[in-house]
Design a protein around this ligand. Sequence first.
Ligand code: PLP
Length: 563
Amino acid sequence: MPGSSRVPISLRDLTSMKADARKRNPRIFFNLDLVRNLVFAWFVLRHFRRAVRQIRGRGILGTLHSLYLSFLRLSYGAFLSLPGVRGKVQAQVDAALKQIEDKLVPKGPGVNRYLTLPKNGWAEEAIKEELGKLSELKHASWEKGQVSGAVYHGGDELLDLQSEAYRKFAVSNPLHPDVFPGVRKMEAEIVAMVGAMFNAPANAGGITTSGGTESILIACLSARNKGYRERGVTEPEMIIPITAHAAFHKAGHYFGIKVHEVAIDPLTLKVNTRAVARLINFNTILLVGSAPNFPHGIIDDIAALSRLALRHNIPLHVDCCLGSFLVPFLDRAGFPTTPFDFRLKGVTSISCDTHKYGFAPKGNSVVVFRTKKLRQYGYFISATWTGGVYASPSLAGSRAGSLIAGTWASLMKLGEDGYVSSCREIIGAAKIIEGHIREKFHPDLYVLGEPLLSVVAFSSKTLDIYDVADEMSSLGWHLNALQDPPAIHIAVVKPTVKHVDNFVRDLGKAVEAAKKKEADAKKEGKKRPKGQAAALYGVAGSLPDKRIVDAMAAGFIDTLYKA
Ligand SMILES: *Cc1c(COP(=O)(O)O)cnc(C)c1O
């Protein structure tokens, strides 16, 4: 650089300068070297430990396989970002989202849209009329029992009672127990009743939350905090069955917990507990099992998970969100059951959705911990806030006391005999559906595993099961499409019970239609046209990188907020 007064220094000069300095002040340099070496050793050790854990957890073949999958994902991702490809993909995503919008968001001359506050408030009559119209917008017909899960209706009489309870406590908020002592009492009693259903020990403690997801989030948070405070775990990991609810991934995402998914046994569809055992290491803060899981309605081997939890002294959460008020009453209703609750000593927390088969109003769930200390690990407390000392048991601050009143009223109205008889009704219907699929639709359809509860998942070795799903959709049924492996399920709810015969009849039609489609396509030597489920899951399942699915899903949520 002309005019610069800096003298260029060569590497050799630098080394000799360092050597000179070292002679002048040997202590400092010795220490710096030491520190550098220690940092390097720590770095190597850390990665070495990770590598050892990975190989011990997944085996050499498993590790190679996941490396291969990462490679596929990376190269496919790179392909998608190529300038020519990116635009095309975006155009297709936009087109698909446009279709979804046309279906979900009513438009046109007959539709009044309200995008700002009305200048003057409406008359009550007008509002009621509008509400009536809104509740009758064209929808999947849950009233005819054609919707799987989703509507956990306990009957009109119960609905009236809940509305009354809701009205009485409409302004209440459990954040202020001194103002609403009745709500505090009801909440504590709901937790006690659910704890008793699951045989919680005397020192147990629980909370109510806004739903299964929040119950699971708090269970994971508690386990993470326990791992940190008791053992100094700063890189927490949890081990979940691949069939566990998405809420566990949400917990991992929110709370910085690494989630290890474990495959299920191909025959029983229960989590492979030997694979779980291999993945346990110092960082493991939680094991998870479902009773039952959402996709296949199968209860994991909770007894085996409990033994693992005890042996390694790690918490075990059992997700009974779906099992809720069915799984504790199976034996009393006369059905086979399997151990799942606090009677297994390794089980440290259970989530139970009162708003599912408890028939409580939507927005209520319970998580019960084996000890009050575990419950405390989930609390949030701020001792120094300028607004005063602030303490809350879960994610929300203010909560709806009305929902607690509605839930309490539901539990008291049904009582043990009510839940036993609804269990008998619902599981009875599920067994009929299962039996028909096994006998009547063999060999076209087969049932996945041996379900003990309300969910019957089925698939096909001869047909594209998504075609069957699409045919069922066109007959008005709203079933759940599953992936990995492709399958569909029906979660029987009360409204379904009376319509089991219709379900079986329509499933027969759907199978015939899917067969015909397959045969026609074969005759003409063409690929058969794909319906909605077949298109979505067919494509999604074959993509190594899910960014297109992610883009579609994000766009879908955006669509929900189009006024
Ligand atoms: C429904 C469900 C949950 C929680 O769902 P929410 O929609 O948050 O109530 C968790 N686990 C399973 C198995 C479920 O079926």
